[in-house]
Write a protein that binds this ligand. Structure first.
Ligand SMILES: [Zn+2]
Ligand SMILES: [Zn+2]
Length: 862
C-alpha cells in the first residue's frame, strides 16, 4: 500500500473524483423491474449562479438519491432547467443594449436561448463540483422544442377537456413588467398611504367619501353604503356626481361595506382591489379602465391622460385641495400587492387573457393523498387553496416563453387551436395547415401572448415520469423536494396539472426545505453583505465539508442559517476520518470466520445500532440526526474507544486474536464508508476504493448485524476510558504503566484489551471489593479555628497535627474534636478539621474509581 499522507487533501481528492466518476452509474433504468424512486427535482432558473439555497436543496436531494440507490431502488435524480421568463429578457436587453421590440421576435428569443445555454453550462460545473449524483441522461431544458411541445400539448389537452378558456377578466397586472401575472405571483407588503376625505355632489347634500386612491376617480363606477346605515340610507338608488370628472354614478347598497371605516361610504372603481372586482361582478357594473398596460392614465382620465399613476395622483390631490373638495387627509396603513419579481405595485386591469380553471376541492383531495414532510407545511397549500376565487391566468405578454399554439381567423375572428400532432410550433412563425373550419379563410393572426412559465414547470413531474414519451409512463413520482416559498405556485400548479392531465397525484411525498439565512440570521442577499456562494465554501473547505453543513444545519422545513463553523467542523471531521483511515488501513483485513472477542463484539453491536439509527433517520429525511449518529460512531466509539483498546492486539503476534481485530476494523470501515457515502461522497469513495477496490456508490446500504448486546465489551470500554481520565487528571502519559488494576463487577470480563490499552496488569474479580478507608492526615482549617480561638489558634493547630489522624477522624465523626492544650481542652466543631484518608484493599493503598457497573481499584504503592 502506498504511503497515505497525514493531511487530508480535500482539493486534490475531490477534484480527482469529479473527473474520474462514471456518471452512468446514476442513470435511471427504464427497463428495470426494481422498485422505482423518481425525484421531481426543481428545475432552477438558469441565472448562471447556483446559489446556496439551491445547493442546500440539492444536498437534501442527493442524500436521498444516494441513500435510495444503495437501498436497491431504481432512482431517477433528473436535472431540469426552467428557462423562460422575464429576468433573462431583461438581462439580454442589458447585455446587447437593446429593448425587446427593437429586434425581431425570433432574434430576441435566440439571444435569450444563447444566454440561457451559457448559464446552464456554468451551473452544471458547480453542481458536479458539489458531488451531486444527478442523472444527466434525464436532463431537460424547458426552452427546447422537445420540452415545450409537451407544454403546448398539455395546453391543447386541457383546452379539449374544457379546463382552459379565454375571457375578458380582471387580472393582476405589473405595469413595469408589462404583463399579466397570477395571484400566486402577487406579494403583499404594508405601506403607509393617505386616506383622502372628499365630497361627491348630490341634491340630498354632498356625500362624503374616504379613499386612498383618488387617481382612480375616473374609474369610479358606483358608490356603496351599508343598507342599514341610518344616515346614508337615503342616498341608495340615487346618483351622485364624481368630483373632478363630473359624471354621475349610482349609489348602491352592499352589506360588505364597513360603516365604521372612513365615512362609511365606499367608492367602487374598476379596479382598485379584489373587492372592487367582486362588487363589479355582483352588481353588474360597467367598466371604466383609467390605467393602461404601461401604468399610464387612459383617455377617460381626461386632462390627466398619459400621466404615470403617481403623477396623476399628485395632480388630482392638488386640484381637489385647491378647490376644497378634499376636506381632510389622514395617514393609513395598507397592504399593497406587489409584483413578486420587481416589487412594483400591481394594478388590476380587465384584459382578454387565457385562464386555467381551478377546482379547489380537487386540489385539497389530491393533497391529502400526498405525504407532506414536514407535515405542517400542507397548511400553506390548504390556506392558499381556500382563498382562490379567481382562476389561474396563464397568458403573459412577453416573448421568451412557450408560445400559445393558437391563431385567430381574420375572416370571422374564430380562434383556431393547434392539433397535438402539429406541435411544437410558434404561431408567430407558422400558420395553421388548415383553413378556418368556420368560414374557410386562410388568413390568420397569431396569438402573440405566451404562457406563464409555471405552465412549463408544473409538468416537470409528468415529463420525468415519461408522459408523452416512448417509455411506459411511471407517474406518480416518489418525491418532490422544493422550497416553502413556492408551495402556492409550483406545488399547487403541479397538483392541479397532474390531476387534470393524467388523473393522479403527482408524487407520493413532498419534502419541503427552508430558506438559507446569512450568518447574521437575515435572509441572504448581496445588499446585506451576508451573501455566500457555494463555490467559495468549496474552495476553502471542500464539497464534503459544505455538504456536512447542509446535513447538520437544520432539519427539512426549517430555515437554515449558513454557519462557517459548521463547515469548519465538517473539515475537521474529514481530517479525523482520514486519520482513522490512515491508522486503520494497514490493519484492515477482510476475513470470514474470525472469533471476535468481547471488545470486538461490542463495536459490532455499536455499529449495528448506528446502522439502524441512521437508516431510520434517513427514512424520515432527518439528515441531521443521521449524520450526527455516523459522526459520533466514527469519532467516539470507533476511533477514541475501540482503536485505543485494541492497539496491543493489533501490534501483537499473529493469531486468532489479531485476525479478529483486523476483521472488525475492516467491517467497521466498510460500513462507515457506506453510511457516509450519501453525505460525503468524496472521502467515502477515496477510502472505500483503497480499502476494497470498489466504488462505494455502487455498493449496498449496510444491514444491521444480528448481534446480541455485549455488556462485557461496553464495560471494558468504560473502564478503559475511566483509566485514561485517571491518568490524564494526574498528568501521566497515557501509556504509563500503573502498579496494577483490579476491576470488580458482575460480569466475566476478558482482560487482554484492558491490559493492553492501560499498559498495566489487570485482574478481574466478581462482586464488590472489600475496602477500608484510613485517615492519614489531619488538615486544620484556619478559617474555622481562628475566629473562635484567636491567640490560642496556633497552639491548637500544632497539637492537632501531632494527634493520631484516626482518632481525630473518629471524634469529628462523633460531632466534636477535643484538643488537649495542657490543662485546658479546646472543643472544635467537626468543620475545623479536614481529614485526608486513603483507601485500602487487602491492606494495600489504592485509588478507587466507582463506575455505575464496576469498581476499579488502582494500586498506588508498589
Ligand atoms: Zn413586475
Ligand atoms: Zn373564419
Amino acid at each position: 500500500m502506498s504511503e497515505i499522507s497525514k493531511e487530508y487533501d480535500f482539493k486534490q481528492i475531490e477534484e480527482r473524483w469529479v473527473g474520474a466518476w462514471d456518471e452512468s452509474i446514476y442513470y435511471f433504468d427504464w427497463n428495470s423491474g426494481a422498485p422505482q424512486y423518481i425525484i421531481d427535482t426543481p428545475p432552477p432558473y438558469p441565472t448562471g449562479n447556483f446559489h446556496i439555497g439551491n445547493a442546500l436543496n440539492w444536498c437534501y436531494i442527493d442524500f436521498v438519491a444516494r441513500y435510495k440507490r444503495m437501498r436497491g431502488y431504481n432512482v431517477m435524480f433528473p436535472q431540469g432547467w426552467d428557462c423562460h421568463g422575464l429576468p433573462t429578457e431583461v438581462k439580454v436587453e442589458e447585455i446587447h443594449g437593446i429593448t425587446k421590440n427593437e429586434v425581431p421576435r425570433e432574434e430576441f428569443r435566440r439571444l435569450c436561448e444563447e444566454l440561457t445555454a451559457k448559464n446552464i453550462a456554468k451551473m452544471r460545473v458547480t453542481m458536479k463540483r458539489l458531488g451531486f449524483s444527478n442523472d444527466w441522461s434525464n436532463e431537460y431544458v424547458t426552452m427546447t422544442p422537445e420540452y415545450y411541445s409537451k407544454t403546448q400539448r398539455s395546453f391543447v389537452q386541457m383546452f379539449g377537456k374544457g379546463m382552459i378558456y379565454r375571457e375578458d377578466h380582471p387580472v393582476n397586472w405589473c405595469p413595469r413588467c408589462g404583463t399579466a401575472i397570477a395571484f400566486a405571483e402577487v406579494e403583499y407588503d404594508s405601506r403607509t398611504t393617505t386616506l383622502n376625505y372628499l365630497r361627491f355632489g348630490s341634491p340630498l347634500g354632498d356625500l362624503e367619501i374616504a379613499t386612498s386612491r383618488p387617481e382612480l376617480l375616473a374609474a369610479c363606477v358606483a358608490v356603496a353604503v351599508h343598507p342599514e346605515d341610518e344616515k346614508k340610507r337615503k342616498y341608495i338608488g340615487t346618483e351622485v356626481s364624481v368630483p373632478v370628472f363630473d359624471y354621475k354614478v349610482p349609489v348602491i347598497a352592499d352589506e360588505v361595506v364597513d360603516p365604521a371605516f372612513g365615512t362609511g361610504v365606499v367608492m367602487i372603481c374598476t379596479f382598485g382591489d379584489k373587492q372592487d372586482v367582486r362588487w363589479w361582478v355582483e352588481h353588474a357594473l360597467p367598466l371604466r379602465q383609467a390605467i393602461d398596460r404601461t401604468g399610464r392614465m387612459t383617455e377617460i382620465a381626461g386632462r390627466f391622460s398619459g400621466m404615470k399613476i403617481s403623477e396623476c395622483k399628485d395632480a388630482i390631490i392638488e386640484e381637489m385641495r385647491s378647490e376644497g373638495t378634499i376636506y381632510k387627509e389622514e395617514p393609513l396603513d395598507q397592504n399593497v400587492g406587489l409584483c413578486w419579481r420587481c416589487k412594483t405595485p400591481i394594478e388590476i386591469l380587465s384584459e382578454r387573457q387565457w385562464f386555467v380553471k381551478i377546482d379547489p376541492e380537487e386540489i385539497i383531495e389530491t393533497s391529502a393523498e400526498i405525504k407532506w414532510v414536514p407535515e405542517h407545511m400542507e397548511i400553506r397549500l390548504l390556506n392558499w387553496t381556500g382563498t382562490m376565487d379567481w382562476d389561474w391566468c396563464i397568458s403573459r405578454q412577453r416573448i421568451f416563453a412557450t408560445p400559445i399554439p393558437v391563431w385567430y381567423c381574420r375572416g370571422c375572428g374564430e380562434p383556431l387551436l393547434a392539433e397535438e400532432e402539429w406541435l411544437p410550433l410558434d404561431p408567430n412563425l407558422t400558420g395553421p395547415p388548415v383553413p378556418c373550419p368556420k368560414c374557410g379563410s386562410e388568413e390568420f393572426d397569431p396569438e402573440t401572448d405566451v404562457l406563464d412559465t409555471w405552465m412549463d414547470s408544473s409538468i416537470s413531474v409528468l415529463n420525468v415520469t415519461g408522459w408523452l414519451s416512448d417509455h411506459k409512463p411511471r407517474y406518480p413520482a416518489q418525491l418532490r423536494p422544493q422550497g416553502h416559498d413556492i408551495i402556492r405556485t409550483w406545488a399547487f400548479y403541479t397538483i392541479l396539472r397532474a390531476r387534470a392531465l393524467v388523473g393522479t397525484r403527482p408524487w407520493d411525498s413532498i419534502l419541503v426545505n427552508g430558506m438559507v439565512l446569512g450568518e447574521d440570521g437575515h435572509k441572504m442577499s448581496k445588499s446585506l453583505n451576508n451573501f455566500i456562494a457555494p463555490e467559495e465554501v468549496v474552495e476553502k473547505y471542500g464539497a464534503d465539508a459544505f455538504r456536512q453543513w447542509a446535513a447538520v444545519g437544520g432539519s427539512p422545513g426549517s430555515d437554515v442559517m449558513f454557519r462557517w463553523k459548521d463547515v469548519v467542523s465538517g473539515g475537521r471531521f474529514l481530517q479525523k476520518l482520514w486519520s482513522i483511515y490512515r491508522f486503520a488501513a494497514p490493519h484492515a483485513v477482510s476475513s470470514e470466520g474470525t472469533s471476535p472477542n468481547q471488545v470486538d463484539r461490542w463495536l459490532l453491536v455499536e455499529l449495528s445500532r448506528t446502522v439502524e439509527a441512521v437508516t431510520e433517520a434517513m427514512e424520515r429525511f432527518a439528515f441531521d440526526e443521521a449524520f450526527r449518529a455516523i459522526r459520533s460512531f466514527a469519532w467516539e466509539e470507533f476511533a477514541d474507544n475501540y482503536i485505543e483498546l485494541v492497539k496491543a492486539r493489533l501490534y501483537g503476534p499473529d493469531g486468532p486474536e489479531k485476525r479478529a481485530v483486523q476483521a472488525t476494523i475492516y467491517e467497521a470501515l466498510e460500513a462507515l464508508t457506506s453510511l457516509l457515502a450519501p453525505f460525503t461522497p468524496f472521502i467515502a469513495e477515496e477510502i472505500r476504493m483503497s480499502l476494497a477496490g470498489e466504488s462505494v456508490h455502487t455498493a449496498s446500504w449496510p444491514e444491521p448485524r444480528k448481534v446480541l448486546p455485549q455488556p462485557e465489551g461496553r464495560l471494558i470500554k468504560d473502564v478503559a476510558a475511566a483509566v485514561r481520565r485517571y491518568k490524564s487528571d494526574r498528568g501521566m502519559a497515557l501509556n504509563a504503566p500503573l502498579a496494577g488494576i483490579e476491576v470488580y463487577s458482575e460480569l466475566a470480563l476478558e482482560t487482554a484489551d484492558l491490559a493492553g490499552s492501560t499498559s498495566s496488569t489487570v485482574a478481574v474479580k466478581r462482586g464488590r471489593p472489600e475496602i477500608e478507608t484510613r485517615a492519614v492526615e489531619v488538615k486544620p482549617q484556619m478559617k474555622a479555628i481562628g475566629p473562635v480561638f484567636k491567640e490560642k489558634s496556633g497552639e491548637i493547630i500544632r497539637r492537632l497535627r501531632e494527634m493520631d489522624p484516626k482518632e481525630v477522624a473518629r471524634m469529628a465523626e462523633a460531632g466534636k474534636v477535643l484538643v488537649d492544650l495542657g490543662g485546658e481542652v479546646a472543643e472544635l466543631a467537626p468543620g475545623a478539621v479536614e481529614i485526608e484518608s486513603e483507601t485500602l484493599s487487602a491492606g494495600r493503598a489504592v485509588d478507587m474509581i466507582a463506575l455505575p457497573e464496576a469498581t476499579v481499584l488502582i494500586r498506588t504503592g508498589t
